[in-house]
Design a protein around this ligand. Sequence first.
Ligand code: NAD
Length: 422
Amino acid sequence: MSDSATSLFATALDQFHRGANLIDLSSDLRSILSQPKNEIIVNFPVRLNNGKYQVFRGYRIQHSNLLGPYKGGVRFHPMVNLDEVKALASWMTWKSALCDIPFGGAKGGISFDPNALEVDELERVVRRFTHALGSNIGPDHDIPAPDLGSNAQSMVWMMDTYANSAGAAERQNVKRIVTGKTMETGGSPGRDKATGQGVVFCLQHWADEVGFDLAGASVSIQGFGNVGGATGRILQVHGARLVAVADHGGAISDEDGIDAFDLTDWVREHGTVAGFPGAMWIDPDDYWRVPADILVPAALENQVTAENAGQIQAQVIVEAANGPTTLEAEKILTERGIEVLPDILVNAGGLIVSYFEWLQNRSAERWDLDDVDYRLRETLWRACDAVVDLRTDLDVDSRRDAAYAVALRRLQVVYEQRGIFP
Ligand code: NAD
């Protein structure tokens, strides 16, 4: 079995226990936090345009609500499965705790290929999924958001379905049932680019710490969707040079720089980076070998593996995706002196601006973009500072382990004060 075939939840648990060891987390808390609180699976039928019914399987895993309502995205992808969603849900708990956001952790998804359906079929899938989840989600209970394969439109369908099932007097009150909505329907300025913006803020913090110059640095990004695209565009504005991009359709490279804005337009029209006229087509197997100072995995989990970790020539790997690095790969990267900025910190921008959207909906306010960006940066930099400080205090090399230790300490304190019921 290759290391990329290891259970994702097993990887998540390994990371959790490493962080827990650093702060001597009690065995009681370890057993509570090493399983999700609730695992909800729904099978629901949808009528397709050919007149046939298809039964879809959806998941909502609620890992922890100790710090606040369950919070996390919904993923639409054929590979979605219980093991994966459990891992992703636990990572949301650590992210909220690490960034001091009063949310818990959850994740959901439907195993299907959204690109294989017509738009009206997709709408019926999303609405029927929301209906099937019923009161398992709620604006102060469990708040979904977009993730891989879903987007702002999917969130609007979820919100509208939920609102129409609520009583008439409640309808305005439940907008915050999902975050990541379009601006017109109650979304927050900056939510669409929040995760990529957060990636760049974390990278800036690291660059300041180690004396690295982002201007002129070369960048390689795997995945050019919501997160990878925004990261590429913002880094370009900061003077970095995008030298390679890979996605599900292929890989491209140009030593002199690929224009991230032109590439965004291309991907919007063609659905993939493949065929982009402003760069050279390369064999996807050669993608990891392309020299770049910064490597940003922003696609799926288990992409940086024992097979390709030895080929990577970057100085730093910035985990914009969730769980992109296998345990074996991380060991190889550490031995090779390549820094890994961990996912639970690096991609928390989406969660943080989701929280801002939820707050705006709750008080019927609209913040402006500068305000959102400023608050996002402050929140993330505080989390980065906490990781740097604890890393020094505990004399630990791994930034991931230090980030887990910060998150778990916060949860530990709350458990100590609240105890468990009854
Ligand atoms: P997206 O659907 O917008 O984009 C996904 C990208 O991955 C696309 O470019 C796609 O072509 C590429 N991809 C898919 N399969 C691939 C494969 N086999 N090989 C190479 N590339 C492949 O998704 P997104 O929202 O940008 O999410 C990307 C990652 O970031 C996921 O791990 C997600 O969990 C994580 N994330 C997203 C958010 C968010 O706000 N959207 C927040 C935190 C973390």
